[in-house]
Design a protein around this ligand. Structure first.
Ligand code: FE2
Length: 359
């Protein structure tokens, strides 16, 4: 167990779950990551007299388990309510009071997809397999990769790392989905940290990474429109898309260490190392994800199902295989914005904090 002394010296005290959602039926997706609620209704949780308690306990559960699935179609939940829940999960668990929902930087782009009713919302990111098919058609011809299978390792990422304050919670609701394909996978950053040897833990904890995303500026310039600003925090503004984040961070809600800015499209450079070392470190983190699939929860989507995850302790990857099947896949995602990521030297890994065996 993490000693009392260690916990007391933490920069932010970990939150402890209450009992307000103990009545909900659930099954853990794997021993390490994920929890599925087969029958629970988010609308009922939102409308309950102790709604704040329930959503706070749900938020802590998400931070401990990494990701939760709501399997029953959440048809009675409006987009406004989805946004409200996403916002409350962060608000009820101590994120900076001035932060709110993320706004996509290039929301003004004319190719920004509308929701099923034809409207758009600056806090909602729309997923649409028909649009993805068009994107895939262009991606197929990337220089040097024509005729080769794609490297799906490229899919692993954490949301909005290009912001000074990246996302805390993301909430994706699948509105329509084909019978097969389009699964999403989440990997526990806690567990990836715990699989490092002690010398590698210390090495990784000394690293930061630049998470630059220059594509937003070039898209705005090419399209002749303004970037959205601010984006869920006064610190996420203008064309500031190149923060440095810790490669290992402390989760602000659980107090556990997680590998963070070590993989994904938004991580552009491990700082202060040679380019060869940069490549080696990032390939090693990706290798850790692909060689430890017991740290991965996989969601086979069904109509109306929802996933809510903590970007502060997980990576996720889409499976771009819906072009192989008939049927349209559409979903809507809202994301909250957390605080500036930090590494608290007094924090420990999840296994140590829970008194679990090392491996
Ligand atoms: Fe994502």
């Amino acid at each position: 167990m993490g000693s009392l002394g260690q916990t007391a010296s933490l920069r932010v005290q970990p939150l402890k779950k209450g009992t307000s959602i103990d009545h909900l039926e659930y099954v853990d997706v794997t021993p390490i990551i994920g929890r599925e609620y087969p029958t629970a209704s988010l609308k009922e949780m939102l409308d309950a007299p102790n709604s704040d308690d329930q959503l706070r306990d749900l938020a802590i559960t998400i931070c401990e388990r990494g990701v939760v699935f709501f399997r029953k179609p959440q048809d009675d939940l409006s987009v406004e309510e989805q946004k409200h829940i996403t916002d409350l999960l962060g608000k009820l668990t101590g994120r900076p009071a001035e932060n709110g929902l993320h706004v996509h930087p290039i929301y003004n782009d004319p190719n920004n997809l509308p929701m099923a009713d034809g409207t758009t919302d600056k806090n909602i990111y729309v997923i649409n397999s028909e649009a993805a098919k068009k994107l895939y058609a262009t991606m197929k011809n990337r220089p040097g990769t024509a005729g080769e299978p794609r490297d799906l390792g490229r899919e692993w990422h954490s949301d909005s790392l290009y912001e000074n304050c990246p996302s805390d919670f993301s909430f994706l609701r699948m509105q329509d989905t084909p019978a097969a394909g389009g699964d999403t996978l989440w990997c526990s950053g806690y567990e990836i940290y715990d699989r490092l040897s002690e010398p590698y833990k210390r090495f990784f904890e000394s690293l930061t990474a630049t998470c630059a995303q220059p594509v937003f500026k070039s898209a705005c310039e090419a399209g002749g429109y303004d970037v959205m600003t601010p984006r869920g925090s006064p610190l996420n503004k203008d064309y500031e898309f190149s923060p440095s984040h810790p490669v290992v961070r402390t989760h602000p809600v659980t107090g556990w260490k997680s590998v963070f800015a070590g993989v994904g499209i938004h991580v552009s450079r491990i700082n202060d190392v040679t380019s060869y070392e940069d490549t080696m470190i990032r390939e090693y983190v990706l290798r850790l994800i692909t060689r430890n699939h017991d740290a991965i929860a996989r969601m086979h989507w069904t109509r109306g199902a929802c996933a809510i995850w903590s970007n502060e302790c997980t990576f996720h990857a889409a499976t771009p295989d819906t072009h192989l099947v008939d049927g349209v896949r559409t979903g809507v995602r809202a994301s909250g914005i957390g605080g500036v990521p930090y590494l608290d030297p007094a924090s420990t890994g999840r296994r140590e904090a829970l008194g679990l065996p090392k491996y």
